[in-house]
Design a protein around this ligand. Structure first.
Ligand SMILES: *Cc1c(COP(=O)(O)O)cnc(C)c1O
Length: 408
């Protein structure tokens, strides 16, 4: 059978601008075929090579590749060996699966309100939430805006080794020259189809702690001793022991082969994301009622998402704007529905905690994620901006005569 290894997708020709388009490069496609033909498709030598190459890209000491970022968060929290039910701070404006991970680890999520500036959490926010006695914290770098995890831990009075970073958005972000995750006790990454290094599915934990890395390598494969995956190799042994709790959360060589090839493009992709974000900024700044995404001072943004806030002055609600962009063939999304607005978490965490997150409730109805991926053209960005300008309806009394852009 001939496999057509083509980098272009049909969607490219429809004139539509989808919210996201996953690119698996021709080299990555060939690498996947090579693994499929090799007779070894689960975790093995490719996975080890991927871990080394990903660690070196980040500048991290150890990387353990796992099935997803959700599993990475759960395992990093389990490895802390905290008493069951211990309180763990998490932003409410995050992916619901990241909060499920805390529950699956047998711990109790304590929701922290959003910081209007970074869309992450603030030092004051975590300090206030920690007063009830939190012992660990998940720091999420929303959209790729890097947060100082150590500073947040200090503000909350939480030991640095009890900070797990949800770096699902932060691959490519850095503070003071250090990649997010590279100096972390546990930096968790995602290789989900929409993320900055798309493999399709997959995740990884970067850690400075060699003992933790060993524990995670065991934990990702049912708690079986480290080289259990070798037991089907001629040179391997059928024998293993189980010395720790574990789950089925291993990586596969199929994912690793794709990831290794994709990793070679990541630097270019990150540069392109930053260019596109700057292009959005330059045009959207002229539209009244659209608040641009925050830019960190002296730090590198990963630009996983480009999130604007649609204010009243725009003249249409976020939902109406999203629907009208959709009619024009422009895909958008919302990141995220705050966890405290989802019915399961209201039941699991209690309505009292879920009723005291005012900034998230204020900001949520304004959030709109615009398309942002390296395969977008400049023209695509210009079309999205033009569509937003066409849709804007600044109220007449607020627009100075002769200034139809309503510059601010
Ligand atoms: C995507 C995402 C995750 C989960 O990643 P998976 O690899 O799909 O499990 C966790 N946290 C955040 C903030 C995410 O965006």
């Amino acid at each position: 059978m001939k496999i057509d290894l083509d980098s272009r997708t049909e969607a490219a020709d429809t004139g539509e601008i989808p919210f996201c388009r996953t690119v698996i490069t021709p080299d990555a496609q060939r690498a996947a075929v090579r693994v499929l033909q090799s007779g070894w498709v689960t975790m093995g030598p490719e996975s080890i090579a991927f871990e080394e190459e990903f660690a070196s890209w980040l500048g991290a000491r150890h990387v353990v590749a796992v099935s997803s970022c959700s599993a990475a968060l759960q395992m990093a929290l389990m490895a802390l060996k905290l008493p069951s039910g211990s309180a763990v701070l998490t932003p409410t404006l995050t992916f619901s699966g990241a909060v499920q991970a805390i529950l699956h680890a047998g711990l109790r999520p304590v929701l922290v309100d959003v910081d209007e500036q970074s869309l992450g959490v603030s030092e004051a926010g975590v300090a206030a939430a920690a007063r009830a006695g939190a012992v660990a914290m998940v720091v999420q770098h929303m959209a790729g805006y890097p947060l100082d995890a150590k500073g947040l831990a200090d503000a909350a009075g939480i030991d640095h080794s009890h900070v797990v970073e949800d770096a699902a958005h932060a691959l490519g972000a850095a503070i003071a020259g250090a990649a997010i995750g590279s100096e972390s006790p546990a930096g968790c990454f995602s290789f989900y189809a929409t993320k900055n290094l798309p493999i399709g599915e997959g995740g990884a934990i970067a850690t400075t702690d060699s003992q933790l890395a060993e524990r995670l390598r065991t934990m990702r494969l049912h708690g079986m001793t480290r080289d259990a995956w070798r037991r089907y190799e001629l040179s391997g042994s059928w024998e293993y022991t189980v010395e720790d709790v574990g789950l089925k959360a291993n990586f596969t060589d199929l994912q690793a082969a794709i990831g290794r090839a994709q990793l070679l493009e990541l630097g270019d992709w990150q540069r392109r994301r930053a260019e596109l974000a700057a292009r959005y900024d330059a045009q959207l700044v002229r539209i009244r009622g659209i608040q641009l995404p925050p830019r960190p001072l002296r730090a590198v943004h990963a630009w996983h998402l480009y999130i604007v806030q649609i204010h009243e002055e725009f003249g249409r609600s976020r939902d109406e704007t999203a629907a009208l962009l959709g009619e024009r063939g422009i895909g958008t999304s919302v990141h995220f529905i705050p966890v405290h607005r989802l019915s399961y978490f209201r039941r699991a965490l209690g309505t009292e905690m879920c009723s005291t997150l005012p900034v998230a409730d204020l900001v949520f109805p304004r959030l709109l994620s615009l398309p942002l991926y390296p395969g977008m053209s400049n023209d695509d960005v210009d079309r999205v901006c033009q569509a937003l300008e066409d849709l804007s309806r600044p109220s007449p009394q607020r627009v100075p005569i002769g200034d139809s852009h309503g510059s601010r």
